[in-house]
Design a protein around this ligand. Sequence first.
Ligand code: TMP
Length: 211
Amino acid sequence: MNGIFITFEGIEACGKSTQANYLYNYLESRRINSILTKEPGGTILGDLIRNIVLHEKVFPIAELLLFLADRNQHINETILPYLEQGYIVLCDRFYHSTYAYQASGRKIGFDTVQQFNELAIQGCRPDLTFLIDLPPEVGFERKRSANLALDRIEKQNYDFHYAVRDAYLKLAREDGRIRLLDGMRPKEVLKKEILDIILETFPNMKERAIS
Ligand code: TMP
């Protein structure tokens, strides 16, 4: 049985990591082989890159190339080997983040990012992407009230974060594999919405349970 690749996207504090965790726990509880991974990160090299991009001074093109180096390593070391074994691979951020943050937020441009991203992904594309939409000020209020420190990218101004959000919404209009969800809705409602979409998109999901 072939694996399925599902990604979660959205602005800071939109709830995507929580939802990715919920889905992972659901699949585990049904004994369906799955892994939960993330970008940047998910490999030893990726963890090193994550630390650099989130905390050191990095120029925009260098930042783009670091995210893509992370992605290529992640695809070859983790994502493809698990997909080949028939796993459901859940990934917290993937290339839609690069279009939103680097192409739009950093203004590098869609065509340039696409050219380099295509080199990095070697044809590896998500089967389904959940985009959890939220106004940036709501995300930052969540961070403030939870007393969470901001990293280098989160510290960018609102223009940056609005450009990121707008790019995500544009991607959702153009890419039929993106499912747009309203991040203002309660966590439990989103959890059910996501599960319904999964079961409708992959009707044989429950047959994947290992006996
Ligand atoms: P996270 O903390 O939500 O995992 O995301 C780490 C940060 O990295 C977040 O601010 C988004 C950013 N990012 C990019 O700018 N480009 C990318 O391609 C990826 C994967 C993440």
